[in-house]
Ligand binder design. Structure first.
Ligand code: G1P
Ligand code: ZN
Length: 542
């Protein structure tokens, strides 16, 4: 039986950069999940009898939300749901399953790299049939719908047994509990030279992969250890936990510090890698050599042709605007296009669908390709393994040679977290108001060449997305970017991205913060961050 339940709207169910993301207790309010999912369904058309993919990163409240989503999908008239066993599907695996099974779309339960547990974060995101995040047209419609929703529909059925593979039914809908790893692992096997990577491990290559007690554990174990022969224990923190063991499942130098320290120590393995809560981010550290995500994108682009799935070369490279220009230099050398998009993976979808770009990436530890429509943590790790297996050089040497060839883009991001929202918005508004007066002005020893507020003109559908970040360019090619995070759940997060290009190989060994010291000072004084936010220093430097 299908129940039609009267409801009232909640304030602020606005999907951000990666769907709707709030604290768990917010999602636990009666009807909160139902209102949002119904608003998603109400914003879609012609899905009757179609397939919906459902899965999440295993965090606290994952199972409850999945049961609700399944029953609502049945009430909405979907013909079939594919749900990962245990409610598990990494974000890239969900994208893969949507594409492979030609589903209408998918619902992904995740708050990515944000902490989990009863007081942590939760999130719901809708992905469309190409496997990628819903475009703004849909997320805007969903938000409008959340403001006026009056009822939702849900099947009056018992919970689905998520821990047993196989098929059951709710109303007319088939519920298929699938192995969350299988389709994804198969796809990876078509892209990379698994034999070469197997030989690499057989030859004594050592690695540590930190799954951060999040979703990639089962994927990494199956692929790295069971398929590619990496020794047992290569994958650590491999069991997804509802609270990620109390850690922040964000693979950066702050939250994966133990891994970083190991790779900088005398006992370092050849490669260290990690992924985040939902498996779409990656961290790559060679022995004694951290690879920044912006550099990793450039190095992957420069070497991808060694992997079977990319041997025909790349069609183009896309990067988010704040990501460093390192990939631009590779694109130039390869003679292919470079696309600069707003922050967030959804802007890559059109470029990938249209065959304009093959690889894409963001400075926030996201890299991926046209194999799915999400960034993909394990994909990046396998790509590096494939490159290492073919080039037979240490990571540090590949990095050095890359810089020597293309020059080095020194790069850092400074985050000011949980800042007063009005103060942060005022800071950006003030910069925006000064865009015309900035060019020509001298800041420290540097002269501003141009300043703008990034607007993206999508070359495929012609849509324009404006106000995507204040960019200040200096005459020496350096750049500072200011933008507010769209994924935070408390106050505002001001992100400041600082970059300088250094062509001279004799100057490639400088510590990053030192190499950027003058720009860092300017980044603080130009909008008077301390005066406006009360913060003399950023909370997180990556
Ligand atoms: C952040 C990152 C962005 C990424 C997003 C989702 O968004 O900066 O690159 O796509 O998380 O993982 P932000 O909080 O900056 O809006
Ligand atoms: Zn993520």
């Amino acid at each position: 039986m299908i129940r039609v339940v009267a409801t009232t709207p909640f304030e602020g169910q606005k999907p951000g950069t990666s769907g709707l993301r709030k604290k768990v207790p917010v999602f636990q309010q009666p009807h909160y999940v139902e209102n949002f999912i119904q608003s998603v369904f109400d914003s879609l058309e012609a899905y009757e009898g179609e397939t919906l993919v459902i899965g999440g990163d295993g965090r606290f409240y994952n199972r409850e939300a999945i049961q609700t989503a399944i029953k609502m999908a049945a009430a909405a008239g979907f013909g079939r749901v594919l749900v990962g066993k245990g409610g598990i599907l990494s974000t890239p695996a969900a994208s893969c399953v949507i594409r492979k099974h030609e589903a209408f779309g998918g619902i992904i339960l995740s708050a990515s790299h944000n902490p989990g547990g009863p007081h942590g974060d939760f999130g719901i995101k809708y992905n469309i049939g190409n496997g990628g995040p819903a475009p703004e047209k849909i997320t805007d419609a969903v938000f409008e719908r959340t403001k006026e929703i009056k009822e939702f529909r849900i099947a009056d059925a018992g919970d689905v047994d998520l821990d047993t593979l196989g098929i059951t039914r709710i109303e007319d809908m088939v519920v298929d509990v699938i192995d969350p790893v299988e389709d994804y692992a198969e796809l990876m096997g078509t892209l990379f030279d698994f034999d070469a990577i197997r030989d690499l491990f057989a030859g004594g290559f050592t690695m540590r992969f930190d799954a951060m007690s999040a979703v990639t554990g089962p994927y990494a174990k199956a692929i790295l250890e069971d398929t590619l022969g990496a020794p047992a224990g290569t994958v650590i923190n491999a069991v997804p936990l509802p609270d990620f063991g109390g850690h922040h499942p964000d693979p950066n130098l702050v939250h994966a510090k133990d891994l970083y320290d190991l790779l900088m120590s005398d006992d370092a393995p050849d490669l260290g890698a990690a992924s985040d809560g939902d498996g779409d981010r990656n961290l790559i550290i060679g022995r004694g050599q951290f690879v920044t995500p912006s550099d990793s994108l450039a190095m992957i682009a420069a070497n991808a042709h060694v992997a079977p799935g990319y041997k025909a070369g790349l069609k183009g490279i896309a990067r988010s605007m704040p990501t460093s220009g390192a990939a631009d230099r590779v694109a130039q050398q390869l003679g292919i296009a470079l696309y600069e998009t707003p922050t967030g993976w959804k802007f890559f979808g059109n470029l990938l669908d249209a065959g304009l770009a093959t690889v894409c990436g963001e400075e926030s530890a996201g890299t991926g390709s046209d194999h799915v429509r999400e960034k993909d943590g394990l994909w990046a790790v396998l790509m590096w393994l494939n490159v290492l297996a073919v080039r037979k050089q240490p990571v540090a040497q590949i990095v050095r040679e890359h810089w020597a060839t293309y020059g080095r883009n020194y790069y850092t991001r400074h985050d000011y977290e949980e800042v007063d929202a009005a103060a942060a918005e005022g800071l950006i508004a003030d910069l925006r108001a000064r865009l015309e007066e900035l060019p020509g002005s001298r800041l420290g020893d540097l002269v501003v060449e141009k300043a703008d507020d990034f607007a993206y003109h999508d070359p495929v559908d012609g849509s324009v997305t404006s106000k995507q970040g204040i960019r200040v360019y200096f005459a020496d090619g350096s750049r500072i970017v200011y933008r507010l995070s769209g994924t935070g759940t408390a106050g505002a997060t001001l992100r400041v991205y600082i970059e300088r290009f250094e062509p001279d190989a004799t100057r490639h060994g400088i510590e990053t913060q030192a190499a950027l010291a003058d720009l860092i000072d300017i980044s603080r004084s130009l909008p008077d961050i301390a005066g406006r936010t009360g913060r003399a220093k950023p909370d997180v430097i990556t």
